[in-house]
Design a protein around this ligand. Structure first.
Ligand code: MN
Length: 255
């Protein structure tokens, strides 16, 4: 897959990332975050200027041989006839803007859509959703690009979306879906699943017509501090093991 021979440790790290990426695709499909569309990528563990993303294929069908390598600008390194996703620029633009991020999920998960089209702010209402960020920004492509086909089909649009994410971990894309990111594939999947869960719960709560008691900034900070100290089998890893089981993919313990 690579243009030059790689050290054995690099191959091992790369194999693990590809394994998690295949599992992530199948988990996100099993959890209803992606359907035939949507995708998840990882930054290349050896070359931070490249990222890994499947060829254009429904996430629940993806196998290791589908994973392609791209430059941040979205050029395939060794396509071998595999057709990439049109919206791969979402991933490269975010990796370019944010060296701290190592995985990105783009989905059309349905419960977030009402927030984008009404301009209602999505905020954590559930302790498990503190990772989505205190307020999820909404990206409006029309501001800079006028009427488009709504796809992020070049780096200019990808960079504009990355600007909306800013220093956070997520953004809604008006009339389209969302993008979320994490420091690992497992974290990004966790954020993507709980973004959808939180949106569903916030919508339910709004139906009472009463003020919603959101998590406070202090509560969010304390939850994130606890998660940062998490050991294997806690937090992201515990969720991941359950989701692997649900998606019928093997669970691999890391660390
Ligand atoms: Mn899309």
């Amino acid at each position: 897959m690579m243009g030059r021979p790689l050290a054995r440790e690099t191959v091992a790290a790369l194999d693990e990332v590809i394994e998690d990426l295949v599992a992530a695709n199948r988990i996100l499909a099993a959890q209803g975050v992606v359907d035939g569309f949507g995708h998840v990528s990882a930054r290349h563990p050896e070359n931070p200027q490249h990222y890994l993303l499947s060829r254009a294929r429904p996430p629940e069908c993806i196998e290791a041989a589908d994973i392609m390598e791209f430059t941040l600008a979205g050029e395939a390194i060794d396509a071998r006839g595999r057709r990439p996703y049109n919206e791969r620029f979402i991933h490269g633009a975010l990796y370019e803007a944010r060296p701290d991020l190592h995985a990105v999920v783009h989905s059309h998960s349905p419960s977030v859509i009402p927030f984008g089209i009404v301009g209602e702010t999505l905020r954590p209402v559930l302790h498990m959703a503190a990772t989505i960020g205190a307020r999820v920004p909404i990206w409006e492509p029309r501001d800079r690009f006028g009427d488009t086909d709504m796809l992020v089909s070049d780096m200019a649009q990808g960079r504009d979306l990355a600007r909306a994410v800013g220093t956070g971990k997520s953004a809604l894309m008006r009339g389209h879906g969302s993008v979320v990111a994490g420091r690992s594939v497992r974290e990004a999947v966790y954020v993507a699943v709980y973004l959808e869960v939180n949106a569903h719960l916030q919508l339910d709560a709004l139906r009472f017509g009463k003020p919603v008691n959101f998590l406070s900034p202090g509560e969010i900070d304390k939850i994130l501090a606890r998660q940062a100290k998490g050991r294997p089998a806690e937090g992201f890893d515990r969720a991941w093991e359950g989701w692997c089981n649900r998606a019928s993919v093997p669970f691999k313990r890391r660390g």
